[in-house]
Each structure stands twice: as C-alpha cells, then as structure tokens.
Design a protein around this ligand. Structure first.
Ligand code: GLA
Length: 727
C-alpha cells in the first residue's frame, strides 16, 4: 500500500507486482526514486543510499539534470522538457514548486466532472496526494497517485490551485511525469490512419524528444493516446514494460526525452500545443487521468492489467457487467438509401440469423440522402420513414429485436435548418473561412445553449424511437477553433472547453437514459480512448471491416484495450473498404474475437452463407461470456509472422478458446513450431474439442500444441477456432 518513510523522506507505493518510490530531496525537490519489480530489504537499502547521494545539489557541479525528477519545472538548471509551464502575472515563466505536504487518503477523491476511473470498496485502493508549493506566487500543485494494489494499476492526475491574488496562465500541465534511469529504452506506439487504426510499432528510442500527440481535437486515428516503454526489447513474456494510457479524448501528448545519459523522461497529459488556460485566483485546474501500469514479464502482464481495469473500473453503469447484444447495422447494407420496408426486411433476416439488436445508422433525419446535409436537424425524415422512428422501432421490437440509432451530435451541416437559425453555433474565427470536412462544420460544444439544444433534440429522438442503443459518431477533426464569446486572451482554452462540453452532454444523456447502450465512434476508431469508455461502454474499432486488416487492427488495439469494448463486424465481400474477399469463416472468427456484429444486407447472401453466419452467431452466444469477460492472451503476432493467434480463458480456467489465423500458405520446409498456450491451469488436463487431444495445461503452455491442419496448409487465409475444456 502507500507508506511514508520520514527517515528517508520517501513515499513507497506498493502494488502486488511493482514498487513505485518518490523522494523529497534535501532542498525540497520531488524526485522519482524507483519504479519496477518489488524490492528485497537489501535492494531497498541500496536504492536509498544511492538516491540520497544523488539527491544532494551542490552549487559547484551538480545540475538537476543529473537527477531523476518527478513533475519537473523548467528554467533553473534542469533544461530537459518540463512537466508543466506557467506564465505568471508579471510575465515571468519561472516557477519553483517545492515539497509542502502529503496526505494518504482512503479510496480516491471525487474530482468532479470529466472521466474518472472508479474505486469500489473491494479495491483497497488508496490515494497519495503530494502537495508542491510555489511560495512566491502562492500556487499549489497537487499530484495525485491512486494505487489499485491488487490490479497493479496506478492512476495519476494533477491539480493546479491558484491561492494567490493574481491570475496565472497555464501553458502546459501534464497528468503524469517521471524520469526513468539510463537504459536501452524502446518505445511501443500505436499510430494509424482512417481504416487502419492502432497499428503496432516498436523500436529503440534515440536521443532527443519525441512527441506522440493529437492536435485534432479528438484523440485521433493517427496516434492512440497509449504508449509503452520497455527496458531493452520486450516480448509477450519477457522484459520490463511501462504503460501510459491517457483518459482523454481531445488534444493529448505523450512525450519522451531520451537524455544524453540514456535516462528517459516521460510526460503525459493534455497537449500544450495551442493551449493556454487562465487560472483566476481561488480557482483550480484539474488535469485528465493517466493510467500507469508496469509488468516485469512482458506485454501480456501489462495488457491483462489494463483489460481488467478498463472492464471493471473505467467502464461503468448498467452495461458494465452485462453481455453485449449482437447487433446488425444497416450502414454497409444500405448507406443512405433505405425506407421502412427495406430496413424491416434486413432486420427480419438478422433476427432469423440470431442477431439481437438492429441499428439504424446515418440518414434517418432531416433531408439526408448523402453526407452533405442535415446534421443538426435531429428529427425524422418522413419521406424515408413515414411511420416515424416510433413506427419503425415498434416493428423492430415486434420482431423481438432491440432498436438502435446513429447520431452525430457534435456536427452541423451548413445545409441544415439548424445552421440557418444559428450560423454562429459552429467553431469559427470571425471573418475567416470555415473549412469543411465531409461537408460539415463542428458545433461549439463549449456553449451551454448548444448542449441544451442537443440534449432536447437528441433526447426527444431517443424517446420517440424507444431506443435501446445509440451509436455516437464524430466524423471530423476540429479546425478554425475559435469562439466569439471567450475574451481574446482565452482562445487557448477552447479545445479543452469543447471536450468538457462533449463529456457534459454524454453525462447528461447517460443519466437520462441509464439503460441505453452507447457505442462510441469517430470515423471508425479516431476516438478510441478511456475518456470515451468512461461514458460509452464500447467503441466501433474501425470503419475497415476487411477480415485481414482487422486482424492487425484488433491485434494492435488489444495491447491496451479489452476485446469487450472493441466493436467488430462481419460485412459482405468484396469488402467495401479494401475490395478484398476474405472467406466468411475468417470474417466471422475475427468479429467473434471482439464485440460481435454484422454490417451487411444479408438478404442478398446465399442461403448457405446465411446458414453459416447463423451457426457462428449461435456459437458466439455460447462463448460470449469467455470472449467478453474472460482473459485475453496474444500468442502469435501477425506483425512478426505469417499468423495471428490469440486465446481467451475463462476466469475459472475451465474453458478456453484458441483462435488461429494463418495468412499465407505454409511454405515448403517451413518448420511450424507449437503454439505455446497461455493462461491455463498447469495442473489441469484439457481436451481440445474435435481434435482427440488431451494434454495438461503445463504441457500446452510449455511445449505448445499446433493443429495438424495448419502444418501442411496449401491455401491462404486458413483459420480455426478451438475450444478447450478442462477434464
Ligand atoms: C462514420 C462511421 C460509420 C458510419 C458513417 C455514417 O464513418 O464510422 O460507421 O456510421 O459514419 O455516415
């Protein structure tokens, strides 16, 4: 747990599988002392004496750059990238925050609006609050560390409080910052683009500063707000891995600076680019959360910690522990061209195949026959749906399906009634051109009247349609981020105010419709982050439904996020994004590895295909608890081999699922090694259904097993799902 050791002026945060240690130097600077494997008493003693020697500053030789700091300022004699930067009323940008006090709190304080991971009584969580003070300007920095010891998770955030009499401008404020000791540091990041999100990229860090970030107002396709650093190259079982996941959906920054001595500084939080926040006397600014995790045994341990934590402490509300319905979405089936009857026909076929929820995607409102109009006009288009949303939803419900609806609240089409009425409601800079993307502008979500309108208009539609599910989309990055209400000196606040406005609307709609299942979406997966997951228990992972690309997308995503929250759909071939035709079995097994859905006009499929789909739907229903609430293990990486393989294991370790996807044929002479399974009980024997194989968990995990069929595989795109049962 969390303890303070006055003799050494150190704080020790003890999780099951890591220690995190902070210390106060003799001159009051906060230092990062250690983060890694639990230490023996001897190692602990050595660590302190080393640190105590290093912690002493001498006028003569030592600069702070030799020290490992926690939440460093800038401008004295540490000229590395700072964790924060302030501009004081006198114009100077030099601050000096020194240690003031500490508090160890049970659980976790309430930080007010915005995403926040939860603490339940069973967690034994504690929060360390370290207060640093700049006495000249009467400013206080509160560093919060909430430790979930049994989950191996540390959640950090920062609050700046102005206790002085003059305003101060925040130019940068990280949520977490620390210096790791010299090593051969590697970085794993998850870049991408539309239809190819969260690709796995690994490599050694070189000297200099690297910014992983978004400046788009959304967390972005281009880079996910999640990164890992490893001490030397790591793999699934070996190596020390440090994870940083930001719980924010707007402009973010994870910054690494590999210094000349190979020590590594990491700052993670809101992006300082285009950011300036004026903090009035008596006010506080609260940073988003950064969720830290550590594993001394490679990526697997880190992913398991994040998966459980996200499922149980980030996702909340009615749907937290409930199996998610298998949906049928009409987007790729009809695009904008549909009417009541056509939708019903598709829904009926979905019901026959065993699906549980029908989702009406874009095009049901205003006069929206393509993507150039009507965003903002959240009332039903009676030309397409003469019986209204209620008429359609009654018929869908009548089939025994739940009914879901697509919305894109944050947008406005210039061709809309809303724009005619409120041309000033979008983000804009006066007298400048408003640049469109997908023919749309972005509403200024910082304005309460905009949110009130959306709350009423969208709330009304959800009520009229007796909606059970909502797909909340967001299809463009922010540009011309300006607002005529904020005074000139405060335009730098707008990105963050926009984001807090979005969260506010999400929160209000969640409260009004507590049992509605919300799914986040942003041109596919451009807002796949913990901020959204706090409000929306699942997210559409990517607009790319191609079975092959999806293997890579879902594999990359799985490092930080559990399969439960990853929307994954089976669609028609040739695929609409890649024009590739993957076998139906492959498409189904990939979608079954996440939160399963179908996005196709299956009335056009051959009876045999519909039968095959129905069989997989039936199978998914049987294995859904293991997929959605079991533990996920990666076995083989498609980024490094000809195959992807992964597993799901039930918490009681009695059942497991093994998915194997082989991309190209096995080449002549290729030595196919056994797949070492994971997460099983070593002492239990397992039977692999349909394989006449019975082996101990130990053998399966240590020696491995490989299905014969793959060894002499002459075709591309072979895949299989194996079910293991303990006997
Ligand atoms: C975005 C979404 C798609 C679909 C369309 C509708 O691109 O990611 O799934 O909803 O919008 O316009």
């Amino acid at each position: 747990m969390i303890t303070y050791h006055p003799a050494h002026r150190c704080f020790l945060l003890k999780a099951q599988n890591f220690f995190y240690v902070l210390g106060v130097s003799p001159n009051g600077d906060l230092h990062h002392v250690y983060w890694g494997k639990p230490l023996s008493p001897t190692a602990w003693g050595r660590l302190f004496s080393e640190w105590e020697k290093r912690a002493v500053e001498t006028e003569h030789h030592v600069s702070r750059e030799f020290q490992r700091r926690e939440f460093p300022d800038f401008g004295h004699n540490d000229l590395r990238t700072p964790a924060f930067q302030l501009e004081h009323a006198d114009g100077y940008r030099i601050s000096e925050f020194l240690y003031d006090s500490l508090k160890i709190l049970p659980g976790k304080p309430d930080f007010g609006p915005g995403p926040s991971s939860r603490v339940e009584e069973t967690d034994h969580a504690q929060t360390l609050k370290v207060v640093l003070r700049d006495s000249l300007h009467k400013l206080e920095l509160d560093l919060y560390y909430t430790l979930y010891p049994e989950r191996d998770i540390l959640v950090r955030r920062t609050i700046l409080r102005n206790r002085g009499s003059k305003p101060v401008s925040i130019l940068k404020l990280s949520s977490a910052s620390l210096d790791l000791p010299p090593a051969q540091w590697h970085l794993v990041r998850f870049p991408g683009r539309w239809a190819n999100e969260r690709q796995w990229r690994e490599g050694p860090l070189q000297e200099g500063t690297l910014r992983l970030e978004s400046r788009r107002g959304i967390s972005s396709h281009e880079m996910n707000p999640f990164a890992m650093v490893t001490r030397g190259p790591a793999d699934e079982e070996k190596g020390e891995v440090y994870g940083f996941v930001l719980a924010t959906s707007g402009n973010w920054l994870i910054e690494t600076e590999l210094f000349r001595d190979q020590s590594l500084r990491i700052n993670a939080g809101l992006n300082d680019f285009n950011f300036k926040w004026r903090l009035e006397p008596g006010k506080a600014f609260i940073s988003p959360e950064c969720v830290l995790a550590y594993s001394s045994q490679g990526f697997t341990g880190l992913s398991l910690a994040y998966h459980r934590f996200i499922r149980e402490r980030v996702v909340g509300g009615f749907w937290q522990n409930r199996p998610r319905p298998m949906l049928l979405n009409n987007w790729e089936a009809t695009y904008f061209k549909f009417n009541h009857e056509k939708l019903l026909r598709i829904a009926r076929a979905g019901k026959e195949a065993g699906l549980e929820l029908f989702v009406l995607d874009d095009g049901w409102f205003g006069k929206r026959n393509d993507d150039t109009t009507s965003l903002g006009d959240w009332f039903v288009d009676r030309r397409k749906l003469p019986q209204g949303l209620r008429g359609l939803s009654d018929d869908i419900h009548g089939l025994g399906l739940k009914f879901g609806l697509w919305i894109e609240p944050e947008m406005i089409s210039p061709k809309s009634l809303l724009y005619q009425k409120h041309p000033d409601w979008c983000l804009h800079v006066p007298k400048r051109r408003r640049r469109m993307a997908r023919s749309q502008l972005v509403l200024d979500m910082s304005r309460p009247e905009v949110r009130d309108y959306l709350f009423e208009a969208i709330g009304g539609a959800l009520e009229e349609g007796r909606v059970d599910y909502v797909k909340w989309d967001m299809n463009r990055s922010l540009s011309e981020v300006g607002n005529e209400i904020l005074p000139p000196g405060r335009q730098g606040e707008l990105y963050f105010r926009y984001l807090m406005g979005v969260y506010d609307l999400m929160d209000r709609l969640n409260r009004r419709f507590p049992q509605v299942l919300f799914e986040g979406c942003s041109g596919g997966g451009a807002r796949f982050d913990l901020g959204i997951l706090h409000y929306h228990p699942q997210i559409w992972a990517s607009d790319n439904t191609d079975g092959l690309d999806r293997v890579f997308i879902q594999y990359g995503t799985s490092f930080g996020y559990p399969p439960l929250v990853m929307g994954a759909h089976v669609s028609s071939v040739p695929n609409h994004q890649t024009h590739r035709s993957m076998p139906l079995k492959w498409r189904c097994l990939v979608a079954m590895s996440g939160n399963f859905g179908v996005e196709a006009d299956i009335t056009k499929w051959k009876p045999s295909e519909r039968k095959e789909l129905a069989d997989y739907i039936q199978l998914y229903k049987e294995i859904r608890p293991i997929i959605q609430f079991g533990d996920f293990y990666r076995l083989e990486s498609p980024y490094q081999s000809n195959r992807a393989a992964w597993m799901f294991v039930n918490p009681d370790q009695k059942e497991a699922l093994l998915f194997v996807f082989q991309i190209n044929p096995t080449t002549i002479g290729e030595k196919v090694k056994g797949l070492k399974l994971k997460g099983l009980n070593a002492l239990t024997a397992y039977e692999i259904e349909g394989q006449k194989v019975k082996l101990s968990g130990k053998k399966l995990m240590e020696e491995g097993w490989f299905p014969k069929a793959f060894k002499k595989n002459k075709k591309s795109y072979q895949c299989e799902l194996f079910k293991l049962n303990s006997v």
